[in-house]
Design a binder for this molecule. Structure first.
Ligand SMILES: [Zn+2]
Length: 115
């Protein structure tokens, strides 16, 4: 889970004492629509409006609109992932395979012994 924590939000307000609200304008990571997520400190806590903010690594933000957040609250597919599989007897990253072997990897299916 990479959602921004309340502690981090408080930290951002501490770092920017001149601001009484924080805003993250940008695009929704999932659907690409325009979003403007705002954080407003109130007596009962910080109010987030306009969507969700994710910060999987420090100072790298991703946004989600409310509709996409309701469908899936997790942040997915935000960084490359190295996949290893067996090819000609070795385990190698699939991204380094030649085109023919990469296609072969795409064509692979799962073996179901119950059939
Ligand atoms: Zn969206």
């Amino acid at each position: 889970m990479a959602m921004m924590t309340v502690e981090r939000l408080h930290g951002l307000f501490d770092e920017n004492p001149e601001k009484n609200a924080l805003a993250w304008p940008g695009k929704c990571h999932d659907c690409g629509c325009e979003v403007n997520v705002t954080a407003l400190p109130m007596e009962d806590g910080i109010h987030i409006n306009g969507g969700s903010i994710y910060e999987p690594t420090k100072d790298h933000f991703f946004l989600k609109c409310d509709t996409c957040f309701e469908k899936d609250s997790l942040l997915r597919n935000y960084q490359d992932c190295e996949v290893y599989s067996r090819v000609v007897g070795y385990l190698r990253p699939v991204g380094q395979w030649n085109d023919a072997k990469a296609q072969e990897f795409q064509d692979r299916g799962l073996f179901d012994k119950s059939l």
